[in-house]
Design a protein around this ligand. Sequence first.
Ligand SMILES: NC(=O)c1ccc[n+]([C@@H]2O[C@H](COP(=O)([O-])OP(=O)(O)OC[C@H]3O[C@@H](n4cnc5c(N)ncnc54)[C@H](O)[C@@H]3O)[C@@H](O)[C@H]2O)c1
Length: 254
Amino acid sequence: MSAEAVYPDLAGRAALVTGGADGIGRAIVAALIRQKARVAFLDLDRERGEALAAELTEAGGTVSFQPVDLRDIAATQAAITVAREVCGPFSIGVNNAGHDERHAFETVTSDYWDDRFAVNLRPMMFVAQALAPDMRALGGGALINLSSTSWMKGSPHMIAYTTAKSAVLGFTRSLARALGSDGIRVNCVTPGWVMTERQRTRWVTPDKWDAAQQAQAIKGEILPEDIAAMVLFLASDAARMCTGQNFIVDAGTV
Ligand SMILES: NC(=O)c1ccc[n+]([C@@H]2O[C@H](COP(=O)([O-])OP(=O)(O)OC[C@H]3O[C@@H](n4cnc5c(N)ncnc54)[C@H](O)[C@@H]3O)[C@@H](O)[C@H]2O)c1
């Protein structure tokens, strides 16, 4: 990004990012490393995760990658314990991982519904629970949870995803009250349609692209780095009086 801000207070701080191997999470990991933070990231995709960690370490960053399926809460807690030994204690946590598989209303089973929540909502609670003691001990911290404008638009073809993503906002608001007196800020970042590799290969068609451009006030691609820029601001003390809020980065769509 040609206009990336520098937040001096992020240098030397430790951040944990979920779903950091690809897409928006990858951009957040790289942006935090450019700010000279120590970064641990968790991801299901071992190959991409190890490659990214090697690339950033080679470039001089302090990075820890732990392969884990966030649907397994005990394994996630164990991975955070290992990550803490390398990079912690953590004062920044980014609940980024998500999975936007499409599904028709009629085909959703109770197992599938639970699985979508196990990916898109449940880990946020237990990652926050694992990081809060670090933040309390450090005198404060910042948690950032990723939602999606898809629930605001009522996107019909992924109802379990949109329902979970709307709950991210309720989770954020309650957690901000629960942790505010410990100096821990909790905010939500809500992206519009961001051009990650997965979106380009799975979901972009000429018709959908034209419709998105019609709907955006600002025309052009929303990039993972645009979301990372908002995450950096919220992670930094520059946002010290922002908590319990939703920050939309969608080029003016909703
Ligand atoms: N790309 C968009 O247009 C868009 C729009 C709105 C919201 N979002 C949100 O932004 C966040 C990042 O999305 P993205 O587009 O970068 O997705 P992506 O699919 O490009 O990357 C997601 C990463 O999370 C990892 N992941 C998925 N399930 C996991 C699991 N069970 N355990 C561990 N890791 C897992 C994947 O391996 C991948 O590395 C998500 O919360 C998503 O809902 C994205």
